[in-house]
Design a protein around this ligand. Structure first.
Ligand SMILES: *[C@@H]1O[C@H](CO)[C@@H](O)[C@H](O)[C@H]1NC(C)=O
Ligand SMILES: *[C@@H]1O[C@H](CO)[C@@H](O)[C@H](O)[C@H]1NC(C)=O
Ligand SMILES: *[C@@H]1O[C@H](CO)[C@@H](O)[C@H](O)[C@H]1NC(C)=O
Length: 506
């Protein structure tokens, strides 16, 4: 069997299968790829009477720090919450970790109260990408309350996003990080993953009444460019059902996507620009290679278009193989970090994703005392930062080939704000592809958005990136940052988020 090397995005290589194997798997593609009307079905028990007699936990201070507090809700008979309180990671504010149990699916989360005003600040939901990447990467290497310098060295992060917001980090979908399923089942697409996320969100706000109606922002990175628009759509649609059942809807306010890969064909085309034009530094490929790439580019684009139109495994696999060989493999051959075009890879890409800190986080989370503190379930003692199985399953279902930008446009039409920020040196989900995607978004203010210039935005008078904005949509770059923008430019990333939450112009 010829192994085909493909990219999965938090991005690591996964060996995928041959054509023949893919064709056998084509049944996967018959699945509904759009969100069906009954997407988020809760088994609401009876009516408002029970809702009134239910006493929500309300105040998180009631949570135990020695064992799990188990929360149940009569309106969600099939769901429960196991939660532990600790000083984990932050030290200055309480941390709550545990599982939201959605029937046989158990989603692990970390929740940190805001260092500002937890009683007033907004709530942010964060997920990393992959598919198959654990949000421990975002938590411990990017925007969380602490950084992991080695398995035994935890340092305080003064630029954590909980300076300004209450924040969740979630391992999703099931089988990623500390999340698991009772019968070992997994999901292979963002739509199914989103159902668990919507249920998770509803259950959290039903139990923690203190946060009810608080503005809620759904944020993610990398493959989060697909996850987040889908998840926010699930939450938006679920709200109608919550209202019908006499419950409080989730106050979905914005989506925030960092270095997202949202529309793969547009992103794939931009790989030529990034390698062969003077964009984030001079061209890194030889002149001959750039000419060869350019000659093949329109064919690659046509193939991706037929994949998107026909959405069958033959077209999509052919397009992926052709475009990867043309644009991706020559990049890797240069030895540059796919997450930062200005750097060489630190460690073997397959092992560390070019960031040596990756292994330190894994070692830290495999410490039995740490697992005990956060309440990791016995089902997942062997923690891994990434699930290759999930990466492969999503790849086989062609999940990434769905034109996810349609969800962003639909959310904008409904008043949900969208921030797309991009570390300017990223190659994998780069700013050129993201900018092009935002300019092509079909929504009512498309014209006024496209007519805006792309000026610099500044912090203390220094230009730190470009930005373009109209109404609810903002696009921004961060100079000097790669794929993990808050890792590279923590101060700038936090200031960006602060202004976004405060609804200030960048
Ligand atoms: C959502 O939050 C905003 C800001 O606090 C508030 O004005 C609005 O009333 C909230 N919406 C709902 C439906 O609770
Ligand atoms: C490449 O871009 C940089 C930054 O914009 C600029 O200073 C430089 O002159 C450009 N090089 C060429 C050959 O155009
Ligand atoms: C934990 O997982 C790693 C990588 O998947 C594997 O090599 C190792 O053998 C596993 N350890 C245990 C105790 O299962």
């Amino acid at each position: 069997m010829k192994l085909l090397v493909v990219l999965s995005l938090v991005g690591w290589f996964i060996p995928a299968c041959s054509y023949a194997q893919q064709e056998r798997l084509s049944g996967v593609l018959d699945k509904q790829r759009v969100i069906p009307d009954d997407a988020t079905k809760f088994d609401f028990a009876s009516g408002p009477h029970e809702a009134r007699s239910f006493t929500a936990l309300g105040d998180l201070s009631a949570v135990s720090s020695t064992g799990f507090t188990v929360l149940e809700h009569p309106l969600f008979p099939r769901y429960s919450v196991r939660i532990k309180k600790s000083k984990f990671c932050d030290g200055t504010v309480p941390a709550y970790t545990g599982y939201i149990d959605v029937e046989a699916h158990h989603l692990f989360f970390y929740f940190f109260e805001s260092r500002g005003d937890p009683d007033k600040d907004d709530v942010i939901f964060w997920t990393n990408g992959g598919p198959g990447g654990s949000s421990a990467m975002g938590l411990f290497m990017e925007l969380g309350p602490c950084n992991i310098a080695s398995a035994d060295a935890v340092t305080f992060n003064p630029y954590s996003w909980n300076e300004r917001a209450n924040i969740f980090f979630i391992d999703q979908p099931i089988a990623v990080g500390f999340s698991y399923a009772d019968y070992g089942e997994t999901v292979d697409n963002s739509i199914d993953a989103g159902r668990d996320i919507a249920a998770f969100t509803a259950i959290f706000f039903e139990h923690f009444t203190k946060f009810k109606s608080r503005p809620f922002h759904m944020a993610g990175e990398s493959y989060g460019g697909r996850y987040i628009p889908v998840f926010a759509t699930e939450v938006y649609e679920m709200n109608a059902r919550l209202l019908d059942a006499g419950l409080t809807p989730v106050n979905l306010t914005s989506i925030m996507i960092g270095n997202g890969c949202t529309h793969f064909p547009t992103m794939t085309s931009s790989y030529w620009n990034m390698q062969c034009q003077n964009i984030s530094g001079p061209p890194i490929q030889s002149l001959q290679t750039c000419v060869k790439m350019k000659r093949g580019l329109s064919r690659c684009e046509r193939m991706l278009q037929s994949c998107e139109d026909a959405f069958n495994p033959i077209d999509c696999t052919a397009a992926t193989m052709f475009c990867d060989a043309l644009l991706w493999e020559p990049y890797i051959a240069t030895g540059y970090n796919p997450y930062d075009i200005t750097k060489l890879c630190d460690g073997a890409f397959e092992d560390t994703l070019c960031y040596s800190g990756f292994k330190d986080v894994e070692a830290f989370l495999n410490r039995p005392d740490v697992q005990h503190t956060i309440g990791a379930d016995d089902a997942v003692k062997n923690y891994s930062m990434r699930s290759d199985r999930i990466g492969i399953d999503f790849f086989l279902s062609q999940d990434k080939m769905f034109p996810t930008q349609y969800y962003i446009a639909a959310l904008l039409e409904r008043g949900i704000r969208a921030l797309l920020y991009v570390g300017a040196n990223d190659w994998t989900c780069n700013w050129v592809g993201n900018e092009r995607m935002t300019l092509n978004l079909e929504w009512t203010s498309r014209g006024s958005f496209a007519a805006q210039p792309l000026p610099g935005w500044t912090i203390d008078g220094a230009s730190v990136g470009f930005t373009r904005s109209a109404g609810p949509l903002t696009f921004a770059t961060i100079f000097g940052a790669g794929h993990l923008a808050p890792h590279d430019k923590p101060k700038e990333a936090l200031e960006l988020v602060r202004r976004w939450l405060a609804k200030e112009q960048l």
